[in-house]
Write a protein that binds this ligand. Structure first.
Ligand SMILES: Nc1ncnc2c1ncn2[C@@H]1O[C@H](COP(=O)(O)OP(=O)(O)O)[C@@H](O)[C@H]1O
Ligand SMILES: C[C@@](O)(CCOP(=O)(O)O)CC(=O)O
Ligand SMILES: [Mg+2]
Length: 372
């Protein structure tokens, strides 16, 4: 039976990078989603079509069975063989290698548990920009894990709490292949949706979050989360005593922001003073993120432009390019918003206003081919 699932991207409000060091972070899902369409076949192959990467690739089940036979004995050996198999195609580099290795790893781990006999075609479509800090990798991993688990009847169509736990843990394995050392926040938001507070694998859904309007601004500068996280780790190892209080300050910002959200949702949500405090926190975090070396001249430029209009922005996700978000306050005039968007566009940035806090992973009925 065909399986169609979708999962959202995310925006991290506070706590990117520090979350990798066990500090709390707050993130919310975005209404930009990835979709997977899995079709069982009987051609003895596993085929993927990844239009976002202009990539179509297939592998013989017999080759994958040889790797699956090693599964329990040596996970490192499995990964080595997967990479060798992927790199047999010399056209595959960077993001394509990451995507194929993640797919094959999850396929072998989930479908190779019993006897591997699942020949299938997988198509993945996404509204998310790839490598822009909006969690495309997690949305990809969550879609893959869900579709493969459904194919193996390891979860039910209802996507119960237990099912989602399983999806979350498999998608984390996918993120590990793409990122190296992910915190797990992105795949948690993509699985559960809404807004969450995340710390060391603990996920707390945030019910008390005010309605926030944000503008996402993309620099168009490509970057890799894996590289940025590794650079921060290097700084952390070399300049431990300096980095530690900076990461602590990021943690305190998350905690204070969460307190403010609770206060706002139990009182006057649109109170100007609360928004001023939120804006102050956004500025402070952007400066801390600059300090740890993950901003970019184009991200700084977005902050400078929006500041001229009285608006406050920070990078979101791993930084180094990718996206920033700007908080749109309730009393913001539409003409001011239009002017700031116009200036950002004139500087070559791409702007989109989005809803946050949408559903997590979903089983769909419409084939994504109809949407894209
Ligand atoms: N639609 C997609 N199709 C194929 N691969 C994808 C897709 N979305 C994400 N990926 C994988 O995720 C990687 C980008 O992840 P990452 O660097 O973490 O950035 P992001 O901020 O978008 O999550 C890509 O290199 C690719 O391997
Ligand atoms: C930098 C980090 O905190 C978030 C990365 O998000 P993204 O891949 O840039 O969307 C890394 C992580 O939490 O694993
Ligand atoms: Mg990612």
């Amino acid at each position: 039976m065909d399986i169609i699932v979708s999962a959202p991207g995310k925006v991290i409000l506070h706590g990117e990078h520090s979350v990798v060091y066990g500090k709390p972070a707050i993130a919310a899902s975005l209404n930009l989603r990835s979709y997977i369409h899995l079709t069982p076949t009987n051609d003895g192959k596993v085929s993927v079509n990844l239009p976002s990467l202009h990539l179509k690739q297939s592998w013989e089940i017999t080759d994958l069975e040889k790797i699956a036979a090693l599964n329990n004995d040596s996970p490192d050996e499995v990964m080595k063989m997967i990479i060798e198999l992927v790199e047999k195609n010399s056209d595959l580099h960077g993001s394509k290698t990451q995507a194929c290795s993640t797919f094959l790893y999850l396929y072998i781990a989930i479908c190779g548990r019993n006897r591997m006999s699942s020949s299938m075609k997988i198509q993945l479509y996404s509204k998310l920009p790839i490598g822009a800090g909006l969690g495309s990798s997690a949305s990809f991993s969550v879609c893959l894990a869900t579709a493969l688990l459904l194919n193996q009847n390891m979860i039910s169509d209802e996507l119960t709490v237990e099912d989602r736990k399983l999806i979350e843990s498999w998608s984390f394995q996918g993120e590990r292949i793409i990122h190296g050392n992910p915190s797990g926040i992105d795949n948690a938001v993509a699985t559960y949706g809404g807004a969450i507070r995340f710390q060391s694998g603990e996920i707390l859904p945030l019910q008390n979050i005010p309605k926030l309007r944000i503008l996402l601004v993309s620099t168009g500068v490509p970057r890799s989360t894996k590289t940025l996280v590794a650079n921060v780790r290097d700084k952390y190892n070399r300049l431990h005593n300096i980095m530690t209080p900076v990461l602590e300050a990021m943690a305190s910002l998350t905690v204070e922001c969460e307190k403010l959200f609770v206060k706002m949702s139990s009182g006057d949500e649109s109170c100007t003073l609360n928004f001023t405090a939120l804006e102050e926190m956004i500025d402070m975090n952007q400066h801390l993120l600059q300090t740890i070396g993950v901003s970019h001249p184009e991200l700084d430029k977005i902050c400078d432009i929006t500041k001229k209009y009285g608006l406050h922005s920070k990078l979101t996700g791993a930084g180094g390019g990718g996206c920033a978000f700007t908080l749109l306050t309730p009393n913001l005039k539409e003409e001011t918003l239009n002017s700031v968007i116009q200036e950002l566009k004139a500087e070559g940035f791409h702007c989109f206003e989005t809803d946050v806090g949408t559903s997590g992973v979903l089983i769909e009925t419409e084939p994504p081919e109809k949407i894209f």
